[in-house]
Write a protein that binds this ligand. Structure first.
Ligand code: BTN
Length: 275
């Protein structure tokens, strides 16, 4: 009882027993009924990616989830930092899909589609995806994704999907092109409900084992295609019109000389727009 009170649960003693008056927006394992055994919650962690990698290498089951209340070394794509203050949602899901290596990137695109569905369904917001996997609302970034994978031969051993969502935190001072759900909705919202809904939808998709429609669904929800873009990669900058993505998620860029360039990864900037 003491532990629950300390953790922020408001519990009153009544003549007929104890009554739970209110619970905090906590991400403890017992807040995810049916998933308790697979949830690893840390009030503070360096990065959920590091903990998830250790667990995955030790053979943890698919849909093991590592959650941090805040991260001291949150990692973003392309070796950037992911600001991870209290109030945001930071987690890594370990999955073990039975797919060949060549199809692994489709899981990332599936996660983007599922995140969009979750945020739209819960809050009615116009969430869209910017290539490859940034989720934006009103042109501002609300969520980012980082994935790490290991394989055995030609097949995936595990894919760790790390997701950061700006929920009740406010990174706008440091990241002017970002936003948070609290800013957009005008009140604190429940992180555990977002994570619970996301995990249910994502697990259902993985169990369906159908990767055929993923790219099409991503295309229906993107703001990158048919736009002028600048792509920054480690080997240089490329400009052109984003005309399509291929089955691996690479961006097809039509350059001013008419040549089509295939870009596997990089930072995407929409020209003539703040996103
Ligand atoms: C990006 O847009 O650059 C990707 C951001 C990914 C951030 C998440 S937060 C949970 C997980 N742990 C990390 O250190 N990074 C990912």
């Amino acid at each position: 009882m003491h532990k629950l009170l300390e953790a922020g649960y408001d519990i009153r003693s009544t003549p007929t027993g104890y009554q739970l008056v209110s619970s905090p927006d906590a991400l403890y394992p017992w807040e995810f009924p049916g998933r308790e055994k697979y949830i690893h919650y840390y009030a503070e962690a360096s990065s959920t990616m590091d903990i998830a990698r250790d667990l995955a290498r030790k053979g943890c089951p698919s849909f093991t989830v590592v959650i941090a209340g805040r991260q001291t070394n949150g990692r973003g794509r392309l070796k950037r930092i992911w600001l991870s203050d209290e109030g945001g949602l930071y987690f890594t899901v370990v999955i073990r899909p039975d797919i060949p290596l060549i199809m692994s990137s489709r899981v990332n695109f599936m996660v983007s589609v599922v995140l969009i569905k979750t945020l739209r369904g819960m809050f009615g917001v116009e969430a869209m995806v910017k290539w490859p996997n940034d989720i934006l609302i009103g042109g501002r970034k609300i969520s980012g994704m980082l994935s790490e994978m290991e394989a055995e031969g030609d097949f995936v051993s595990f894919i760790n999907i790390g997701v950061g969502i700006n929920v009740n935190n406010d990174p706008v001072q440091e990241e002017p092109t970002s936003t948070s759900l609290k800013r957009l909705i005008g009140r604190n919202v429940s992180r555990k409900e977002i994570l619970g809904s996301f995990l249910n939808l994502f697990e259902k998709r993985i169990k369906e084992d159908n990767y055929d429609d993923v790219m099409l669904q991503w295309k229906e929800n993107t703001i990158t295609l048919n736009r002028e873009v600048k792509i920054v990669t480690s080997s240089g900058e490329f400009h052109g019109t984003a005309i399509d993505i291929d089955d691996n998620g690479s961006l097809l860029l039509k350059q001013s000389d008419g040549c089509i360039k295939t870009v596997l990864f990089g930072d995407c900037f929409h020209v003539n727009g703040r996103d």
